[in-house]
Design a protein around this ligand. Structure first.
Ligand SMILES: [Zn+2]
Ligand SMILES: [Zn+2]
Length: 610
């Protein structure tokens, strides 16, 4: 099987091509998925052309009148449980008071009561645990939300095998109205072991009438049944479009597998109209779901990818203005649209405490599991050293331009050679007199790290953000196929960074993996493999409980430039917190993921109740 199939969509600009909406009617209650040939783009936003199509996802939150988040009128004091502030001393005071949208006081119950006044309500935690609101410092909330609302998730955080996926699709088929399509996302053949690839052979057995399509996690490949091909008017003798392929078996018959968007967008484009949602509405709905996971802040590390430029920032502001957003969002404009950001006059820090521009995004290479991460040496089973998405000179030039303007820089780097290139650029820019330490430069994924690279990061105040699912979900593949037993031990080096004094966070890269912060904390602490539960990848790199918790709270806030307002439970910061039924610092390591989120509060307003 060709290795390109496993390419990872993170940080690429292409997937936004699937979605478009009418820029002239920004409140249009539809996600529109347009066939490639019938789409045209105008001035930073997509314009509709041809038949619009979409998704069924219920009523629009966006069309409801804006609300002010519902704040508790009374001052509340929490006591009687574990209050983990995640402040510099990782203190656990007896009590915490919340007034309006801020934390008023922490300390002994007596002191907190004195600060809160006699009228304050006292809430008995009954042994439960309060933690700062959880922060995912690297997600793709815009395209991720559209995918989330338009397609059913069948990825690795839900199903282990293709058989389970087929059972699930069978279940959907038995439940859905007859005329409704089934479209699924995030199928990952390398990890979800299969007998034969999805396509006519398996999906036709589920339905010969209802169109079914499953999108590969890479975003580059899709699999459909014959009913979907018929609905799209794709004949048996269809010619391959440029750059795409309708895969055929050895007898020359179509298999239902389609490579590249130019092929499968014909199928998606034939999906009939339904009630859908505008991009901002999809963001509101997906954020509402994420509140149940304890998240109070997420991020957009590829701003511009949906509407090809500054329109993406308008969508986030539109979501924020409704007063219905369940998470704060920190956004990073993507270098691919560099001119568009200049034209829009976007500056770092623009926005407010809810939705804000945090930094600037550069991309040094591809993904390791897609064999496109840039390596010093060839891959273990593939004779390639990957791809430099930005050549060193371009990387340095754009880092120089944006750092000189005061932007924080976040650079996607997976392979060790890509990280060499990033650190070379940082050192070059520093040698020219820019105070890079103050910019909090972060390396995204930062997957393969050698000791001397950690030292170079330390010297320039560069921090790491690890996609910790690389260890848990891909650990066995990293060992057996991608890097081999030795180099795979250099993946996501939590303990080495901690020892060296290099800060790190952990992230889901949603929609690459679905975000579950407590599960991610467990992955960092145990490094256990999903495929071989007895195998831990480089156990010497297991994170301590404290740093793993910090990686999704205080350290994540710092990386997002928001440590002055969120990330810990300290007086004056926003009242962003979660109440859990267990303490992630003391339950057995492999039970952290089983801790239940009971309540989530953002800015003093409750966003989730179990
Ligand atoms: Zn990403
Ligand atoms: Zn990335």
């Amino acid at each position: 099987m060709a290795h390109e199939e496993y390419g990872c969509p993170c940080c690429q600009a292409g997937l936004g091509n699937l979605f478009a909406y009418d820029a002239a009617d920004a409140t249009a209650a539809e996600i529109r998925i347009l066939p490639i040939g019938r789409r045209r783009f105008m001035a930073g936003a997509s314009a509709l052309a041809g038949t619009a199509v979409t998704t069924a996802c219920g009523s629009s939150l966006l069309s409801a009148p804006p609300v002010a988040p519902e704040l508790e009128a009374r001052t509340r004091i929490y006591a009687g449980g574990t209050i983990m502030t995640v402040d510099p001393g990782f203190s656990r005071p007896e009590a915490m008071a919340v007034k309006g949208n801020r934390i008023l006081a922490t300390g002994s119950l007596e002191d907190v009561q004195a600060a809160a006044g006699e009228d304050a309500d006292i809430i008995d935690l009954k042994g439960r645990t309060v933690l700062p609101g959880l922060i995912d410092p690297h997600t793709h909330i815009l395209i991720g939300a559209l995918m989330d609302q338009a397609m059913d998730y069948v990825g690795i955080t839900r199903f282990s095998t293709t058989d389970e996926i087929l059972d699930y699709i069978r279940h959907l088929d038995s439940e859905r109205p007859e005329n409704e399509w089934i479209v699924c996302r995030n199928y990952y053949p390398m990890l979800q072991a299969f007998e034969e690839p999805l396509g006519f052979s398996s999906l036709d057995k589920i339905s010969g009438i209802r169109p079914i399509m499953v999108l590969n996690a890479s975003g580059h490949i899709a699999y459909a049944n014959q009913a979907a091909f018929m609905a799209a008017g794709i004949p048996d003798d269809v010619a391959n479009p440029s750059g795409g392929e309708f895969v055929r078996d050895t007898n020359g018959n179509l298999t239902g597998e389609m490579r590249n968007q130019t092929t499968y967008s014909k199928v998606l484009g034939a999906r009939p109209s339904g009630v859908g949602s505008a991009p901002a509405d999809a963001v509101l709905k997906t954020c509402e779901r994420f509140a149940s996971l304890g998240l109070t802040t997420v991020s957009e590390l590829g701003l511009g990818g949906l509407l090809r430029g500054a329109g993406d920032w308008e969508v986030l502001k539109q979501a924020g203005a409704t007063g219905r957003l369940s998470q704060r969002i920190r956004a990073y404009p993507m270098y691919v649209f560099d001119d568009a950001w200049d034209e829009a006059g976007l500056s770092p820090g623009e926005g407010d405490d809810l939705v804000r521009i945090a930094g600037y995004k550069l991309i040094a290479d591809g993904s390791n599991q897609g064999f496109t991460g840039l390596q010093r040496e060839p891959y273990y089973t593939v004779d390639s050293t990957g791809i430099a998405y930005m050549a060193p000179a371009e990387l340095t030039a754009l880092m120089r331009k944006r750092a000189a303007q005061g932007w924080q820089i976040a650079v996607h780097g997976n392979g060790d050679k890509a990280i060499d290139n990033i650190l070379d650029a940082v050192e070059q820019v520093a040698s020219e007199g820019i105070d890079v330490k103050s910019l909090r430069i972060r390396i995204e994924h930062c997957s393969i790290l050698h000791d001397e690279q950690i030292e170079r990061m330390k010297a320039h105040g560069v921090s790491a953000s690890f996609l910790i699912g690389h260890v848990h979900y891909w650990g066995v593949a990293m060992r057996d196929r991608i890097f081999g037993p030795d180099k795979s031990r250099l993946l996501d080096r939590c303990a080495s960074c901690e020892r060296a004094g290099v800060g790190y966070t952990i992230h889901s890269d949603f929609f690459v993996t679905d975000p579950n912060p407590l599960h991610m904390i467990e992955m960092a602490v145990t490094r256990q493999s999903w495929k071989e539960p007895d195998f831990a990848l480089a156990p010497e790199e297991c994170a301590s409980r404290e740093t793993a918790i910090r990686a999704m709270t205080s350290e994540a806030a710092w990386q997002l430039g928001s440590d002055h307002e969120i990330g810990s439970l300290e007086p004056g910061k926003f009242a962003d917190y979660v109440i859990l039924d267990g303490d992630p610092s003391s339950v057995p390591a492999d039970e952290i993921k089983n801790i239940r989120v009971l309540e989530t509060w953002m800015g003093g307003a409750q966003t989730f109740q179990a």
